[in-house]
Design a protein around this ligand. Structure first.
Ligand code: ZN
Length: 371
């Protein structure tokens, strides 16, 4: 019998999937998880040269008379008008709780007026159940493994929400998924996120002191603010420090840009009616289980600008995130040891070939899962 694939995820940073009330999350919404999986799948499919429509532009429409029935590789798995999604997802969130009780916190590096607002979101363990045939189960599992390793589940990835670890996989598919079936001849279109121009980065460090976070701009102030006393206690218990605002602040405001529009293109903005999504995601710092080590992680892809401005952004990222010492200095963190990793290449935005993207996906699938 074809049992549903079951995956237990454990959150490393708060998960956000929206809620009925704005600013509060009532439960883990399947649509929020599906939305993020679809977004990452688009990134991967484009990176392999496959076809991925832009859902903000037009969506695919099933038409039996058209080539591939008018359905792109992404809609083929996730569904489109007239074509159902190839799997069912159910989520059990019984082991998930609010990260802290109360509303959003305002993290404000000293030189900012407004700062960043971070809602509590939820943390804990969640069980995903995927009902599909064997082949689709393998495909979804491969996608989940990629997102676990490099991406985010749920919404607000730019603010570091939704890093999760796969704790357990039950009823695994018989064979693993082969990404090469998606390989096509599509070229990089800089309007849309494409794995071939993505860069992923990770920093692991051992801080010098237990209360290292007090020196991080905007974070130490939280502990001195009476409104946030309970929140800070909850964060420390969870081994979680919201360093994302401080790091964004350094990257964005710590440099002179050749044009005022460039940081808006890259970091995202809300200008008038237009909302532009940031092209960089930076996680919070999280303590590794049973260890003195902390970690933070992120990804970026180039802004939709000319090449010289893309290079400018790449140089800025390299200057701060390229070495553990510059990365940690920018956050005021004193450390004993640290290691930074940048993938798939050692430099930002280096375009991969489709074959290299395929190799990268293959490596993402090799993960240790405790059964
Ligand atoms: Zn489509």
């Amino acid at each position: 019998m074809n049992e549903p694939l079951e995956i237990t995820l454990k959150t490393l940073t708060p998960l956000w999937t929206g809620g009925v009330e704005t600013g509060r999350m009532d439960r883990v919404h399947e649509t929020g998880i599906l939305g993020s999986l679809r977004w990452w799948y688009e990134v991967v499919v484009r990176g392999l040269g496959g076809s991925a429509c832009d859902p903000t532009g037009h969506s695919c429409l099933y038409d039996p008379d058209k080539p591939n029935q008018g359905i792109c590789d992404v809609c083929r798995l996730f569904g489109a008008t007239g074509w159902r999604r190839r799997f069912r997802l159910a989520i059990n969130d019984a082991d998930v709780q609010d990260t802290w009780s109360g509303g959003a916190i305002n993290v404000k590096p000293p030189d900012r007026n407004r700062g960043w607002y971070l809602p509590a979101g939820q943390m804990g363990g969640l069980r995903l159940q995927i009902v599909a045939d064997e082949k689709i189960k393998a495909q979804v599992l491969a996608l989940l493994q990629f997102v676990e390793r490099h991406g985010n589940f749920g919404a607000r990835p730019q603010l570091g929400y939704g890093l999760c670890q796969i704790e357990k996989v039950s009823n695994d598919p018989v064979a693993s998924y082969d990404w090469s079936v998606l390989v096509g001849s599509g070229r990089v279109d800089s309007r849309l996120p494409d794995l071939r121009t993505f860069t992923f980065f990770t920093l692991t460090f051992e801080p010098e002191r237990g209360d290292w976070w007090r020196d991080v701009p905007g974070v130490g102030a939280l502990a001195r603010d009476n409104r946030y006393r309970g929140t800070v206690d909850a964060l420390l218990r969870r081994g979680l420090i919201p360093i994302t605002p401080a790091l964004k602040n350094v990257l964005r405001y710590g440099a002179q840009w050749s044009s005022g529009a460039l940081p808006h293109h890259f970091f995202g903005t809300l200008r008038g009616e237009e909302r532009r999504r940031g092209r960089i995601g930076l996680s919070w710092a999280y303590r590794l289980p049973d260890s003195a080590l902390w970690q933070m992680r992120g990804w970026a892809y180039p802004p939709q600008t000319g090449e010289s401005q893309q290079r400018e952004v790449a140089q800025r990222l390299q200057a701060v995130l390229g070495k553990p010492e510059t990365w940690l200095q920018s956050l005021n963190i004193r450390y004993r040891q640290a290691e930074a990793a940048i993938a798939p290449m050692g430099a930002f935005f280096q375009p991969l070939s489709t074959a290299q993207a395929q190799q990268f996906m293959h490596e993402s699938a090799i993960v240790e899962v405790q059964g």
